[in-house]
Design a binder for this molecule. Structure first.
Ligand code: ATP
Length: 321
């Protein structure tokens, strides 16, 4: 394991930001810390980086106890949402900065910076100042700068959070490809479940200062440990006394023989792009069902229809708590 967090607690005054958090982050993978705002993700990342100290517990990086090491001795690279570049220096000089203060020979600095600029697709902008770059380009420069000193761990705190949806998506794909090329152990904070599902090898779900679940995107989506994780990772609805995903509800217009179903009435059928969302009043609550348009047409169910619902045979459902 590359990063091992054991029993970490952190309070700000009386407020418990992290409560006995233990998590192991594997070497060479992209790990997302995912959770709602205020859940403690950034605090955990900052404790790993050495920018914040834990009240209790330990952090080890690459097998070395880092709990009381200062940030600059942890060999971590860090990129924040609003990256502070040196405004008066060119892109090239910004990327070279960490190497130059380490007194790396000039030839080597040039070679490494050229490589990094190519990697982040900024070669043609090498002589610009940061203010002459777009937001996405600036974040790529920040990543190149963090990678320049060959950190053993790269920590990214919502690195694309301030950018618009399209650029975010591009950078996400790009980060995934970059990571496949240079598999540095990377931990990134996000509150966007789609970003985590799309980019990460491993996801740590954090809520109210606690780890809710750790697993691959598929594990978490298909076998969420509890209603919180299920609801945070994707849409959920209630069917009787169970939680289920809206696309995992089967709809029948006749009661199927030999199958347990919940009878209900379609209150509304709403078309959203290629989907149709049915709102069904069943067993005293509302169940949302997502169908494709073709499925709805074949079924013929619309507002006012009586229907019978059951979870798809392979659907994951959880008991309501
Ligand atoms: N320096 C601080 N002083 C007091 N409270 C703090 C401090 N830093 C964080 N907190 C509180 O600790 C909690 C966790 O904050 P943290 O930034 O770790 O959450 P987060 O999950 O990263 O959320 P976000 O996605 O909004 O950044 C929040 O309620 C926050 O207000």
């Amino acid at each position: 394991m590359s990063i091992d967090v054991r029993g970490v607690g952190k309070k700000f005054g009386d407020f418990v930001a992290l409560d006995d958090v233990s998590v192991s982050i594997p070497t060479g993978q992209l790990t997302a810390l995912l959770g709602p705002s205020g859940g403690g993700k950034s605090t955990l990342l900052r404790i790993i980086a050495g920018l914040e100290t834990a009240d209790t517990g330990t952090v080890s990086i690459e097998g070395r106890d880092a709990t009381s090491l200062p940030a600059q001795k942890r060999n971590v690279g860090f990129v924040f949402q609003h990256y502070a570049a040196f405004k008066h220096l060119s892109v090239r000089k910004n990327v070279a900065f960490g190497l130059e203060i380490r007194k790396t020979p000039k030839d080597e600095v040039r070679r490494r910076v050229d490589e990094l600029l190519a990697l982040v697709h900024l070669t043609q902008f090498a002589d610009r100042k940061p203010a002459q770059l777009s937001g996405g380009q600036r974040q790529r420069m920040a990543l190149a700068r963090a990678l320049a000193v060959q950190p053993s761990v790269l920590l990214l705190d919502e690195p694309f959070g301030a950018l618009d949806a399209k650029v975010r998506k591009e950078l996400r794909d790009w980060l995934r490809r970059l990571h496949d090329e240079i598999p540095v152990t990377t931990v990134f904070v996000t509150h966007d479940q789609e970003e985590a599902l799309e980019v990460a090898d491993e996801i740590v779900v954090i809520n109210e200062g606690r780890v809710e679940q750790v697993g691959s995107p598929d594990d978490l989506y298909d076998t969420p440990a509890n209603p919180f994780v299920m609801g945070f990772l994707g849409p959920v609805t209630t069917l009787g006394d169970r939680l289920v995903r809206p696309h995992d509800v089967h709809v029948f217009t006749e009661p199927p023989s030999g199958l347990a179903t919940v009878e209900g009435k379609v209150v509304r059928a709403l078309r959203v792009g290629y989907e149709v969302r049915l709102e069904v009043e069943a067993a005293g609550s509302r169940t949302e069902v997502t169908l494709t348009r073709a499925e709805q047409r074949a079924l013929g169910a619309s507002g006012g229809s009586t229907v019978w619902l059951r979870p798809a045979p392979d659907a994951r459902t959880l008991a309501l708590v």
